[in-house]
Design a protein around this ligand. Structure first.
Ligand SMILES: Nc1ncnc2c1ncn2[C@@H]1O[C@H](COP(=O)(O)OP(=O)(O)OP(=O)(O)O)[C@@H](O)[C@H]1O
Length: 226
């Protein structure tokens, strides 16, 4: 099907630490273009482990992962790094901005790495995204001189720089107060509605999840609702 952005087929994952513990058990689901999906479940049920696999950062699993219909399984690390930078935008609980750079430069970095646009074009795209998120005026500030809510908006601008096919988030509101959490949710909702941006967000926040277009619920390494 053409509009399926992400497909997980029978994914299993075990840790050997030192006894073997199966953390993901036959995970199968897909995400269509424009869906705003949340992944919920009790602490330790395997959400972050699953997100690492879906985002191609962890390749040590059984099963198949397809992004845009292409198999990710069995590719080299370099190939996966390129696919990640081109197709996946990341927003984490901690923003991981580089403090020694300006806000603008932080947003530009994944765009420069892609090697698709000139530096001037990447700068223009970064400014467009900062302005869309209402923080154009922060462009020249150093990344450590802005508030937590502003940092998370910068992280979202950075995630959008290469027009990702999917944005993946691991607790993107986990470190924010209520007002900023609602703001981040609202940005995601508008991205999904106005731009048909596909989003897959792991969250503990029940009210966040209830307002997404689909909830995937996990329990003990399995999907119990999707
Ligand atoms: N590197 C590792 N080695 C061994 N066990 C691990 C490792 N990483 C995670 N686990 C175990 O795998 C299980 C799932 O962890 P995971 O971080 O995916 O859960 P989670 O649902 O994201 O939890 P939380 O909501 O608390 O972040 C847990 O039992 C955890 O202890």
């Amino acid at each position: 099907m053409q509009d399926i952005i992400l497909e997980a087929r029978h994914i299993y994952k075990s840790f050997h630490d030192p006894v073997t513990v199966q953390v993901l058990n036959d995970i199968t689901f897909s995400v269509r273009k424009g869906e705003f999906v949340s992944v919920i479940g009790k602490s330790g049920c395997g959400k972050s482990t699953l997100l690492y696999i879906l985002s191609t950062m962890d390749t040590d699993y059984q099963g198949e992962l397809l992004i845009d219909g292409e198999r990710m399984t069995g590719r080299t690390d370099a190939a996966l790094a390129r696919i990640r930078n081109e197709k996946i935008g990341f927003v984490f609980q901690f923003h991981y901005l580089l403090n020694e750079f300006t806000v603008l430069r932080n947003v530009m970095l994944p765009g420069l790495k892609l090697n698709k646009y000139s530096e001037a074009e990447v700068e223009h795209r970064a400014m467009e995204r900062l302005e869309m998120l209402g923080i154009g005026h922060l462009a020249m500030k150093m990344a450590n001189r802005i508030s937590g809510g502003e940092k998370q908006r910068v992280a979202i601008a950075r995630a959008l720089i290469n027009d990702p096919h999917i944005i993946m988030g691991d607790e993107p509101t986990g470190n924010l107060d209520k007002r900023n959490s609602e703001m981040v949710f609202e940005i995601f909702r508008q991205l999904a509605e106005a731009y048909h941006q596909t989003l897959l967000i792991v969250t503990h926040d029940q009210s966040f999840a209830e307002n997404t277009s689909r909830i995937i619920e996990m329990e003990d390494g399995r999907i119990i609702r999707h």
